[in-house]
Design a protein around this ligand. Structure first.
Ligand code: PHE
Ligand code: ZN
Ligand code: ZN
Ligand code: ZN
Length: 297
């Protein structure tokens, strides 16, 4: 396990008034009993100068959180296939879809794979800490690698939200270009999206691509130039009529109406979606563990 120093933020009372002062100038507040919260700095900045009700930072403390890392004893350790899922939730709820679903899928995959599978490339699983407070675990991990250890990671597959109750079947990879004519392996980067998309198709659904938005643990890997991609069943955004035709479920309703809320409980899971996403993740990890493809594969 690697330790991550997390600068967590506690928030105080709501204060109404014109913005524009310094955050630290509000000195008193009631500490919440519910745990750690983050103020919405974008909303604060976007409304600077306007009267508004905002939550202001009054105190902070430092806590320690951990990543859990497990790697096969077999396979090349200079061409590591990584799979990552964040283990923490927001304090408002239990985080079963976000991200018990990704964490559990990855655990099931690790159990099925075993510690010493006959693979070409080592498989390294990471369960990240402190994603919800700013990708802290994955960032600390990537920053803590030597340049050589970074180069030894061939690919990262990210599992964050795989069982949304009104599911989408999104795949993404580390760039925004379209994927036609791309080489099949992770060195082409586009290949990750195609590999996962083909796996979802085989699992019985038609996937769609979605852009990286930096909101999950692939962010630090992409920044470090490590080919990355992943699966996503959707969060607070609304399913379109076309998507409902494609995937079923309710058009005009969020993919996950309980996103970051107390109701993200065991009833907030679509088990069919979870099964399909797990199968696709297994194909992705298994494919790259055997053959990375591309010119250097
Ligand atoms: N990382 C976001 C969260 O944990 C959810 C998310 C996953 C958003 C993947 C975009 C893409 O809340
Ligand atoms: Zn979240
Ligand atoms: Zn998440
Ligand atoms: Zn792409």
């Amino acid at each position: 396990a690697s330790e991550v120093g997390a600068a967590a933020v506690l928030v105080g009372n709501n204060v109404a008034g014109p913005l524009g002062g310094t955050l630290g100038s509000v000195g008193e507040g009631r500490l919440p009993t519910g745990g750690l919260l983050q103020p919405d700095f974008d909303a604060l900045l976007g409304r600077a100068g306007q009267p508004a009700t905002v939550t202001l930072v009054t105190q902070s403390r430092t806590i320690t959180t951990r990543n859990v890392i497990a790697q096969t004893t077999t396979g090349r350790t200079d061409e590591v296939v990584m799979a990552g899922a964040h283990l923490d939730s927001v304090p408002e709820g239990p985080g079963i879809n976000d991200n018990g679903s990704g964490s559990a899928a990855q655990l099931e995959l690790a159990v099925r794979l075993g510690g010493a599978p006959p693979v070409t490339n080592a498989v390294r699983f990471a369960w990240w800490g402190a994603e919800e407070v700013g990708l802290l675990g994955s960032t600390a991990y990537v920053q803590g690698l030597t340049p050589e250890a970074r180069r030894d990671i061939a690919v990262l597959l990210n599992a964050d939200m795989l069982a949304s109750p009104n599911p989408a079947y999104f795949v993404y990879d580390g760039d925004d270009s379209d994927r036609q004519g791309a080489p099949p392996g992770p060195r082409g980067s586009e290949g990750i999206e195609r590999t996962l998309a083909d796996a979802l198709t085989a699992a019985g659904v038609q996937p769609r691509g979605t852009d990286f938005d930096g909101r999950s643990d692939y962010g630090p890997f992409v920044e470090a130039g490590i080919p990355s991609g992943g699966l996503f069943s959707g969060a607070e955004e609304v399913k379109t009529p076309e998507q409902a035709t494609l995937w079923g479920g309710r058009a005009g309703a969020p993919y996950d109406a309980c996103y970051h809320q107390a109701c993200d409980s065991l009833t907030n899971i679509d088990r069919v979606a979870l099964d399909r996403m797990l199968d696709a993740l297994a194909v992705g990890v298994g494919t790259y563990a055997v053959d990375l493809g591309g010119p250097n594969g």
